[in-house]
Each structure stands twice: as structure tokens, then as C-alpha cells.
Design a protein around this ligand. Structure first.
Ligand SMILES: Cc1cc2nc3c(=O)[nH]c(=O)nc-3n(C[C@H](O)[C@H](O)[C@H](O)COP(=O)(O)OP(=O)(O)OC[C@H]3O[C@@H](n4cnc5c(N)ncnc54)[C@H](O)[C@@H]3O)c2cc1C
Ligand code: FES
Ligand code: FES
Length: 474
């Protein structure tokens, strides 16, 4: 039995397959076809819906891609779709603004844009720019200028709440709904709420897939057409959703979503926070997690080189015990990790940078927003008395795994800017890596870019004024 609210109405559904997506639930089971399927891979935003969750005595809403979210994740939540906004024949102000601004031609993307703008306005338009809120919504025919005009109109208005909003009954009912899908044992979808019930679930279902935000695993279902008969959802396990600012470190639960992590990174690792704002789109950042990024072990996982450069420590949780591991020991081969059967990543500890230590992160992709890296460079080093020391250089997109480049680091170690021989750095990069050529970039381009990113980090550190002049136009 899956229990949730849909546009203010309580819903109880039996026979929900564990890998049924929220989009399939809407279109095929609820016959609500306003929500569209474009890409079925989280890229176009046509399927955007808004999900509310009781948090600290109020309902917090976030925009997500329904095509790659599993229906079980709705348990105890409020799902809002485009059908829930208008008041009878009267359009919601977000819809009206798009009409007034001529922001819809064929209309295929429009419902997704409406939902993204609705959530953007609801959460305060100062948190994100309209452009950031819409980076995950593709419009192929109208063009973005009229859509952004509509957003400008909305930014001047207070958010209009649909009739269902603020219903104390709904909030109380949602809060009272069990965390897990009931009965969990037979539904194929379990959502434990603490480590004890997580361990029990993992023991009962050793063959289950764990899922956090499903922004990667969801594509196994919709693109690779695999069936996922047993899922253990980590998103509500309290210990995995915790963030601790400790003495000398930030420790992040593996199931903390990027949008929640971002303010902490802004305080302690601003370059990491800046990178996160380019990871996927708002819809992806509202669900994606560090644990999921590590779980994919993708050679182009954006956060992974940063974790390597910062010398992050992982805490891995097995059915009976925990163990620690530096992230540099975690990646064993192409999408192969040191996780043993039944083990997951529980926490990621990021040591704070010492005062003289510098961290630089650069993502190179074809598109600024919502695009996968061609190359990502993450570097950390101490800069003392004009020399680079304790240099850690990590790259994504250069090898089968995200990887440290100790031989290249040795070319900077103990040297001043003038003493760095860039032809040796380039030779060392070429000897360390044989990157692939694919649609994103050729091998030669990746090698050249990797060297240039390093050169940029050096210039930015030693000659910040020159760097501002050169790179602010880049
Ligand atoms: C449109 C789109 C854009 C994207 N853009 C980017 C991008 O710019 N940069 C980038 O790096 N990624 C990107 N991604 C990929 C994805 O969003 C990230 O990898 C994200 O961090 C995955 O987190 P998740 O919680 O959604 O993982 P899930 O999909 O839930 O899980 C991914 C894998 O990790 C495993 N897993 C999950 N949690 C754990 C855990 N705690 N321990 C062990 N294994 C675990 C799962 O079993 C699964 O195999 C994008 C994806 C989409 C669909
Ligand atoms: S259908 Fe394209 S993001 Fe979901
Ligand atoms: S209105 Fe046609 S794709 Fe946006």
C-alpha cells in the first residue's frame, strides 16, 4: 500500500511495482496526462512535478523530474502536478504569466516550465535566479526570452497558493503516514528510517538495489529498460541524512541531497559549492546525493575528483559493521568500487583546508548548465613562500575512474611559478593518461585542457589580479 497526497487529495494505491516511476503512476494509473514525457532521462524537464514533504512543522516543496523518480518515494508526501494549480477555469498566476508573456507555443514543455516556476516562486525567488530554476527545462520552440519575461512578472508578485495549500488536515495526515511503504516485506520497496531498520532490510534483501535520489538508477529503468524488483530507499535513513560541522571537518551523510548540502559547502568549501550549482539542474540537485555519485563511480562524476583533491574519508556501512577508507582507495576500475556485497557508503568526511591551503575546481563542459563534464580538474595545494607544496591533483574525464595524478603533481611540488616547466607538465599528463575520444571531446583536447586548467590554477594563486583580467572573460 502506497499512501500519499495528490493535489490535496489522499491517495492509497495497491499493486505499485517498486520500479514504477512517478510519471507512469500519473499518466497510466491516475490518468493525469498533463505531465509529459520528453526524454525519460531527467534532461528535458517536461515531466517536472513538485513534491512536498513535512519538515520542521511545515511543508517544504521541491521540483523534481517525475520520469526518473520511483513511485515508492512518494510515501507520506504531497505530489503536486499541473492539474493541481488552476482554480476551475481560472488559470494559476504562473500559467497566466506565461500566457501574458507569450511564453508557450507548441506547449509540450509548458507544464514543466509552469511547475518549475511555481516551485521557484513558492520558495522565494531570491534563492535562485529564474534562469537557474529553469536550467533543467528545455523549450525547443518558444525561446527563453518570453519565458524569462513571465518569470520577471512573477518575481514581482507574492506566490498564489492553490486551494489545497495550508490545509492543517493534510499536513497532520502526511505526518502520521508510516515512513515505509506498508507492508514493506511484500511491496518490493522499502524505505527504512534508521540504521537498524536499514541493516535489517539489507539482510532480508541482499539482492536489492539501494537507491537515494534515483537520478542515476532511474535511468537503468527508463533507458536500459532493466527491471528493479527490489529497492531499498536510503533517503529517509536519519543517520544518512545528517550533516555535522565537526572540529576540523564537515561530515556529510551519503543521502543528503545536493540542494541541502550547498549552503554548508558555501561556508566551508566555496569552490565545491560553485561546482554543485553546475551539477545537473535544480530538479537533479533536489534529489541527487554524494552517496549516489560515489555509487555510480562514473569517470565523469563531478564531485569525485573534488573528494579526491580534498582527501575525503569515507565511512562504509556493512550489514554488521562499519569501516573507514580514504576516497583514493575507493575506485578500483571502470564503475567498480571497493564496496563489498551488502555495503554502502554511509558518510563522507571532508577535512577543512588549513589556512595556507588552496582548492581550485574547474568543470569544462559543452553547456554551462545541466551538462556532463568533458574534463574536470580539482586541485589542492599549500602556497607558502611563493612555492607549491603538498600538491594533490585530481581529474575526471581523463581515465576509466576519477583519478589522482601524483606524477603531474610532482612537477609542481616545491616549485615557484617561474620554476614550473610546463612542457614537462604536459609530458607528464600525456604519460599519466590515455583519455578517450568521444562526442564530448577528443583525447588531445582533454589533455590540452587538463594542462591549461592547471596553468590557470597556478596563475589564479600567484597573480590573482592578472587572473581576474584574463579569466573573467573566459
Ligand atoms: C539530467 C541529469 C544530469 C546530471 N548531471 C550530472 C552532472 O552534471 N554531474 C554529475 O556528476 N552527475 C550528473 N548526473 C548523475 C547523477 O545525478 C549523480 O550521479 C547523482 O549524484 C546520483 O545521486 P543519486 O542519489 O540520485 O543516486 P541514485 O541514482 O539513487 O544511485 C546511483 C547509484 O549509486 C548507488 N548508491 C546510491 N546511494 C548509495 C550509497 N549511499 N552507497 C552506495 N551506493 C549507493 C545506487 O545503488 C546506484 O547504483 C546527472 C543525471 C541526470 C539524470
Ligand atoms: S521526461 Fe525529460 S526530464 Fe523527464
Ligand atoms: S513551447 Fe514548444 S517546446 Fe517549449
Amino acid at each position: 500500500m502506497l499512501e500519499f497526497y495528490l493535489n490535496g487529495t489522499p491517495i492509497r494505491m495497491d499493486d505499485v511495482e517498486p520500479d514504477l516511476t512517478v510519471l507512469e503512476l500519473l499518466r497510466e494509473r491516475q490518468h493525469l496526462c498533463g505531465t509529459k514525457e520528453g526524454c525519460a532521462s531527467g534532461d528535458c524537464g517536461a515531466c517536472t512535478v513538485v513534491v512536498g514533504e513535512v519538515d520542521g512543522g511545515s511543508l517544504k516543496y521541491r521540483a523534481i523530474n517525475s520520469c526518473i523518480a520511483f513511485a515508492g518515494s512518494l510515501q507520506g508526501r504531497h505530489l503536486v502536478t499541473v492539474e493541481g494549480l488552476a482554480d476551475g477555469e481560472t488559470l494559476h498566476p504562473v500559467q497566466q504569466a506565461l500566457v501574458d508573456g507569450h511564453g508557450s507555443q507548441c506547449g509540450f514543455c509548458t507544464q514543466g516550465i509552469v511547475m518549475s516556476l511555481f516551485c521557484w516562486q513558492l520558495n522565494g525567488t531570491d534563492r535562485l535566479s529564474a534562469q537557474e530554476a529553469l536550467a533543467g527545462n528545455l523549450c525547443r520552440c518558444t525561446g527563453y526570452r518570453p519565458i524569462l519575461d513571465a518569470a520577471t512578472m512573477l518575481a514581482r508578485q507574492a506566490p498564489a497558493l492553490p486551494a489545497w495549500s495550508g490545509s492543517p488536515d493534510m499536513m497532520a495526515c502526511l505526518a502520521a503516514m508510516p515512513n515505509d511503504v506498508i507492508p514493506a516485506e511484500t511491496s518490493g520497496y522499502r524505505r527504512p528510517e534508521d540504521l537498524t531498520s536499514l541493516r535489517a532490510a539489507m539482510k532480508d534483501w541482499p539482492d536489492a538495489h539501494v537507491v537515494a535520489g534515483a537520478t542515476d538508477l532511474g535511468l537503468e529503468r527508463t533507458q536500459a529498460l532493466k527491471r528493479l524488483p527490489k529497492l531499498i530507499d536510503l533517503s529517509r535513513v536519519a543517520e544518512l541524512a545528517a550533516i555535522e560541522e565537526g572540529d576540523g571537518y564537515l561530515e556529510v551523510g551519503a543521502a543528503v541531497v545536493y540542494s541541502r548540502l550547498q549552503p554548508y559547502l558555501k561556508t566551508h568549501f566555496p569552490v565545491f559549492a560553485a561546482l554543485l550549482s553546475r551539477l545537473g539542474s535544480e530538479q537533479i540537485r533536489q534529489r541527487g546525493t554524494l552517496g549516489g555519485n560515489l555509487g555510480t563511480a562514473s569517470p565523469i562524476g563531478d564531485t569525485l575528483p573534488v573528494l579526491l583533491a580534498l582527501d575525503a574519508q569515507l565511512c562504509l556501512l556493512g550489514p554488521d559493521a562499519e569501516r573507514g577508507m580514504p576516497v583514493s582507495d575507493f575506485f578500483l576500475g571502470y564503475r567498480k568500487t571497493a564496496l563489498q556485497a551488502g555495503e554502502i557508503v554511509a558518510r563522507i568526511r571532508l577535512p577543512f583546508l588549513a589556512p595556507q591551503r588552496v582548492c581550485k575546481v574547474y568543470k569544462v563542459s559543452k553547456r554551462w548548465e545541466d551538462d556532463i563534464s568533458a574534463v574536470l580538474g580539482a586541485f589542492s595545494f599549500s602556497f607558502e613562500a611563493g612555492c607549491f607544496r603538498d600538491v594533490r591533483l585530481a581529474f575526471g574525464g581523463m581515465a576509466a575512474t576519477p583519478v589522482l595524478a601524483p606524477a603531474v603533481a610532482a612537477e609542481l611540488e616545491g616549485r615557484s611559478q617561474d620554476a614550473i616547466d610546463w612542457s614537462r607538465v604536459e609530458a607528464s599528463l600525456a604519460a599519466s593518461f590515455q583519455p578517450m575520444s568521444d562526442v564530448r571531446a577528443s583525447a588531445g583536447y582533454r589533455l590540452k585542457v587538463a594542462a591549461n586548467l592547471l596553468r590557470r590554477a597556478v596563475v589564479e594563486t600567484v597573480q590573482p589580479d592578472t587572473a581576474t583580467r584574463i579569466f573573467d572573460h573566459a
